[in-house]
Design a protein around this ligand. Structure first.
Ligand code: HEC
Ligand code: HEC
Ligand code: HEC
Ligand code: HEC
Ligand code: HEC
Ligand code: HEC
Length: 446
């Protein structure tokens, strides 16, 4: 029985590295697995279901539908990327655009392969109620379709269990062998002692394994952080089809007239009905569509425009759906960015003066196309987006911050007094937000 000690170690090591490899690959794999299901659930499922109409029409076999309807070739994929372009080029697409007053989001970054993967996934979804007829079954199937699931957690739990079992069984066999060999009269080691001594004897392997494990966890976590909980292009419906282009664009109303706390506080604020009434008491709408929308303001304000206009006193709150939101543990302050940092609204929200549809979370690719915007790569509203900009942007650029050459003066003094510090911060000619602490966790997290 002399052989086993060394052999066991080697088997132990092999198992260990094999497990680590699997753990690592499984975490790496999730980065690249961009399949139709994931795309559909993250980008489309807020509005579409395979078999039931929702905010958008059902998408089952939509490729067939467009072909049969006489749509131009390539027009469907163009629709998904930018429905406005498709509607302008193809009469069939223009007809589809009339389906609902709500407009579809734009997905300019989806490739033909992505789009086909989405449709393949949708077409593979079984018809609800195919087995059992009736509205009930239909409802149930519809309800489960939009549910989001995340299998990653399970992969990790299973891997962890496998890992522990392997460690224990390797340890267990060894222990029995060791106890068999133990000299007469010596207390057999307890399980805990055995594990401790095994770890001590293999401290290099264990050390490396723990390190690899920790790195794998951090990598996965960071990938998660860049995208967690964010739906780019998110565009909820609203109680009134409020057009930003008509107000902020054509009529040139300042953003601050309605979002009046944007320079003073953390949040920008959404105007109350009274603010709308300042103008809409007079502006009652020219056509049926406008009158229908504006009458909703009157209903909320308890106003009837007939006979010069009267308030009934019965008001009703308009409940606008929040478009941009960050999780509760994140602190974001508008005045800090708009007033102190001198950053324009369009940097983060796109050009709202041209926004015909309802507001939405504008994808970073579109933000980059807006003239004068800082070019970023991480998805809008993710942590990666915030910190990337803090790394790119100099603080002295804002109109408030460099008043009277305040920063220029600091630069001059720093250069005189501490050249090495000056070089550290200013080799790129600017003090970035990150250099002043804009990467500190506590600045953004409660
Ligand atoms: C914000 C809601 C919304 C999102 C998100 C959305 N759509 Fe749409 N989609 C619509 C609406 C609404 C229509 C109907 C057209 C209209 O009225 O403008 C539509 C229409 C369509 C059509 C034409 C359907 C038909 O019956 O001809 C296709 C195809 C489509 N969407 C695909 C997608 C795909 C793929 C995604 C995800 C990448 C997606 N949509 C995401 C709202 C949305
Ligand atoms: C006449 C009033 C008015 C003006 C002017 C106006 N807005 Fe708005 N804005 C609103 C209302 C009302 C909402 C909420 C309804 C909605 O989301 O459609 C809103 C919503 C928004 C949202 C989405 C808020 C969310 O829920 O995340 C953004 C972003 C926004 N406005 C930016 C701007 C910018 C930038 C300007 C100037 C270019 C501007 N607005 C001018 C009234 C106005
Ligand atoms: C500073 C004046 C002003 C304020 C404040 C204002 N509006 Fe308007 N609104 C206008 C003007 C001007 C028009 C254009 C009317 C037209 O084209 O006939 C308009 C048009 C509209 C329309 C019809 C747009 C269309 O073309 O379909 C809606 C809906 C509307 N406003 C909603 C609102 C809401 C909701 C608020 C409050 C959050 C609001 N407005 C605040 C001036 C204002
Ligand atoms: C640096 C990026 C950035 C800039 C610049 C910016 N916003 Fe925002 N805005 C955000 C973020 C992030 C949110 C979501 C905040 C939250 O959920 O706490 C938001 C939310 C909003 C909302 C929804 C209501 C609220 O306060 O949460 C409105 C309205 C709005 N912004 C308007 C504006 C206007 C108007 C400007 C320009 C004067 C502007 N924003 C400039 C990033 C920005
Ligand atoms: C477009 C670039 C940009 C984006 C995107 C951006 N920021 Fe900033 N942020 C700035 C600038 C510039 C300043 C510095 C303002 C100043 O003091 O001159 C700043 C400052 C801050 C500060 C204060 C830092 C300090 O040292 O006091 C916080 C907190 C902050 N940002 C949070 C956020 C969060 C959270 C997000 C994402 C939701 C975000 N920012 C997105 C540009 C940006
Ligand atoms: C410039 C602002 C900023 C800084 C600095 C920052 N974060 Fe974040 N963080 C965010 C935002 C915004 C989100 C939400 C992103 C989302 O929902 O995808 C977030 C999300 C997170 C989450 C995910 C929580 C969840 O929603 O599940 C964790 C964990 C986290 N941050 C940890 C950190 C740590 C640790 C640091 C310091 C090394 C840090 N953050 C620094 C802005 C910041």
């Amino acid at each position: 029985m002399k052989m086993s000690r060394n052999k066991m170690f080697i088997t132990g090591k092999r198992w260990l590295s094999a497990t680590m490899l699997v753990l690592f690959l499984s975490s790496a794999f999730t980065i690249f697995a961009q399949d139709g299901e994931a795309l559909f659930k993250s980008q489309c499922a807020t509005c579409h279901q395979p078999h039931r109409d929702g905010t958008g029409p059902k998408l089952f076999e939509v490729r067939q539908k467009w072909e049969n309807g006489g749509a131009k070739e390539g027009s469907l994929n163009q629709w998904v990327r930018n429905w406005q372009v498709a509607a302008a080029n193809d009469p069939y697409a223009a007809e589809v655009a009339n389906w609902a007053p709500t407009a579809m989001s734009l997905f300019p970054s989806l490739t033909d392969d992505d789009i086909n993967a989405i449709f393949d996934y949708v077409d593979a979804q079984p018809l609800p109620g195919a087995a059992s007829a009736g509205g009930g079954a239909d409802m149930a199937a519809g309800a489960t379709e939009v549910r989001q699931e995340d299998n990653l957690g399970w992969v990790w739990i299973v891997m962890a269990i496998v890992f522990v079992v392997i460690i224990l069984s390797v340890g267990g066999v060894r222990r029995q062998l060791a106890n068999l060999n133990a000299p007469e009269g010596q207390e057999p080691m307890t399980y805990g002692e055995e594990i401790n001594s095994w770890i001590w004897r293999n401290r290099k392997v264990v050390g490396v394994a723990v390190l690899v494990g920790v790195i794998a966890v951090i990598v996965t976590l960071f990938q998660g952080l860049y995208t967690i909980g964010v739906v780019t292009s998110y565009q909820p419906s609203q109680p009134i089809e409020f057009p930003h282009d008509v107000h902020a664009g054509v009529n040139g109303i300042d953003c601050k007239y309605c979002h009046n706390s944007v320079e003073k506080s953390k949040s920008a604020g959404i105007p109350t009905t009274n603010v709308c009434m300042n103008c809409h008491k007079q502006v009652q709408g020219d056509d049926d569509k406008e009158i229908a929308q504006i009458s909703k303001i009157y209903k909320s304000a308890g106003f009837s425009p007939e006979g010069g206009g009267q308030y009934s006193g019965e008001t009703e709150n308009l409940v606008w759906n929040k478009v941009h939101w960050l999780p509760d543990h994140v602190y974001f302050n508008h005045s800090q960015h708009v007033k102190v940092g001198g950053i324009d609204c369009k940097q983060c929200h796109g050009d709202m003066t041209k926004q015909k549809e309802l507001p939405r979370v504008v994808p970073v690719e579109e933000l980059n196309e807006v003239e004068g915007n800082i070019q970023l790569t991480k998805p809008t509203l993710t942590m990666g987006w915030c910190i990337e900009c803090h790394h790119e942007t100099g603080v002295s650029s804002g109109p408030m911050t460099n008043k009277g050459g305040y920063y220029d003066e600091i630069h001059r003094r720093l250069l005189e007094n501490d050249k090495s510090l000056y070089e550290k911060y200013l080799e790129d000619g600017k003090v970035t937000v990150s250099e002043l602490g804009g990467w500190e966790c506590a600045k953004c997290h409660y």
